[in-house]
Design a protein around this ligand. Structure first.
Ligand code: TYD
Length: 201
């Protein structure tokens, strides 16, 4: 079952999801509400510290932490469910598909799937597909200090896992009703934006 009026953007680091979410919200601020994972909640702030390398945890622990942050994001007070009930169309920069790709690199596919099975599917999933060599160059020019997953060998593995996850959900989309749109994220900001708008209209 899908959660209506819930849209998710997914892709490897530097694929341009944040830029496009900002553009979507700017196009209609009364309708669209932007959010992201890791969240702005305390759970998300803790994860950001981990992503910066401030402390290390086992990747299995990371899977639990991302899932806990997501639980608050969806079901917590003023979370995604609440916002949708208030009439918003919520667009999230990342959701559990990130966990299925990123955390599966080191701890296998099983645990991320198990931990994320209670969460509803979005109505739309936009997958920003891009060559990791190109996206990591974007990351390089954007920020000084890299986060723990922003390394080419890891990004290549994540990109492959994303492809597999998207393919798997594509096959199930007839039964679950989630609409998956794969975007060529190597295109210009304006080209990607008009592609997204075409689908949302
Ligand atoms: P990102 O979305 O790139 O945000 P920012 O641009 O603000 O740094 O960073 C979040 C990082 O967290 C990214 O490398 C992906 C990772 N991540 C996971 O590993 N698992 C998850 O479940 C989520 C939501 C994110």
């Amino acid at each position: 079952m899908v959660l209506k009026n819930f849209i998710v953007f997914e892709g490897i680091d530097g694929s341009g999801t944040s830029t496009q979410i900002n553009k979507i919200v700017e196009s209609n601020p009364n309708k669209f509400y932007a959010t992201a994972e890791p969240t702005q909640n305390e759970t998300g702030k803790f994860l950001r510290r981990m992503l910066c390398g401030e402390f290390k945890v086992d990747e299995k622990t990371a899977s639990y932490l991302f899932a806990a942050d997501r639980c608050e994001h969806i079901f917590g007070k003023n979370g995604i469910e609440d916002l949708i009930k208030q009439g918003k169309t919520v667009v999230s920069d990342r959701y559990f598909f990130s966990s299925l790709a990123y955390q599966s690199v080191s701890c296998g596919k099983e645990l991320p799937r198990l931990l994320n099975s209670p969460f509803p599917l979005p109505e739309y999933l936009f997958y920003f597909k891009i060559d990791p060599e190109i996206s990591l160059k974007r990351v390089d020019t954007r920020n000084g200090k890299k986060e723990i997953y922003e390394k080419i060998d890891i990004q290549k593995k994540i990109a492959k896992l994303y492809d597999e996850v998207i393919e798997e959900y594509q096959q199930k989309s007839q039964e679950n009703g989630m609409k998956i749109i794969t975007i060529d994220a190597s295109k210009s900001i304006d080209q990607v934006f008009s592609e997204i708008k075409k689908h949302l209209n």
